[in-house]
Ligand binder design. Structure first.
Ligand code: ADP
Ligand code: MG
Length: 256
């Protein structure tokens, strides 16, 4: 079926081969997909299937061996990309607020303006009262809130999230998923997120790309046509459970 909207991002015939002693390790093989403007897309796949590699190519950190990543942003400017990893990687000598303002300080945005934007994000990600805390005193979930706010302060065209809640306990993880949903519903940034959680992917995304075992290729492009706005309680509805069953089958079909 022809895509009716101009995609925000197109990944075309992407191949990545890393040099190795055995002569080359193929991480991605012929990956094709698109992301529409303001879409939330998740990537699920086994460990080592090239999920992080895919995000690095899209962020422009890694060159494709073959194929290309095409953005349809208007003008000559390349898109602004925000990146959040499994570990928050915060600056321990800075407070919560100072960690969030850091990207703008690097761009020499006036400090009063940077602090104003950071304060709005503190509110949005639920860090109220922690602005002046030192980051080493934060729990894992709170640290990831800071990392998400720090990525959002640049008003990215694309937010890349690489297993952002992978290091958190199960309950905190569910809570963070619900909060990310709230943040996305408020900001509507285009998002590409790697996760291992079927329910997290379904709660958040419009589509789930299933990557096969290495070399990674898209084995399924799974549409999540659950109504929005969504609430965390959606996880327990019959429609959601049925989708989870079908997505699980799509993932397992590839590993059999
Ligand atoms: P995932 O995030 O899905 O677990 P990665 O994208 O991290 O997988 O890695 C995919 C494969 O590529 C793995 O086998 C990994 O060891 C290999 N790989 C990743 N980065 C490099 C690199 N810089 N040099 C060599 N091999 C790499
Ligand atoms: Mg990874």
């Amino acid at each position: 079926m022809k895509n009716p909207v101009q995609p925000f991002l197109q990944v075309c015939d992407l191949h990545i081969t890393f040099a190795s002693e055995q002569g080359g390790l193929q991480a991605l093989q012929g990956v094709n997909f698109h992301i529409n403007p303001r879409e939330f897309v998740c990537v699920i796949g086994p460990s080592g299937s090239g999920k992080s590699t895919l995000l690095r190519v899209i962020a422009g950190i890694l060159q494709p061996s073959r194929g290309e990543v095409r953005f349809s942003t208007t003008g000559a400017n390349s898109p602004r990309v925000g990146y959040v990893f499994q570990q928050a990687n915060l600056m321990p000598w800075r407070t919560v607020l100072e960690n969030i303002t850091l990207p703008l300080e690097i761009q020499e945005v006036p400090l009063t303006e940077a602090r104003k934007k950071a304060s709005e994000l503190v509110e949005l990600v639920g860090l109220n009262g922690f602005e002046q805390s030192w980051v080493q005193d934060l729990s894992g979930g709170m640290a990831q809130r800071v990392a998400i706010a720090r990525a959002l302060i640049q008003e990215p065209d694309l937010l890349l999230l690489d297993e952002p809640f992978g290091a958190l306990d199960a309950l905190t993880r569910e809570q963070m998923g619900a909060e990310l949903l709230h943040v996305w519903q408020a900001r509507r940034t285009t998002v590409l997120m790697v996760t291992h959680s079927i329910s997290e992917a379904l709660l958040l995304s419009d589509r789930v790309l299933v990557l096969s075992a290495r070399p990674g290729r898209i084995s399924s492009d799974f549409e999540v046509d659950l109504p929005r706005p969504r609430q965390d309680s959606l996880r327990y509805s019959a429609g959601f459970v049925e989708k989870a069953r079908r997505l699980r089958a799509a993932i397992l079909m590839d590993t059999d």
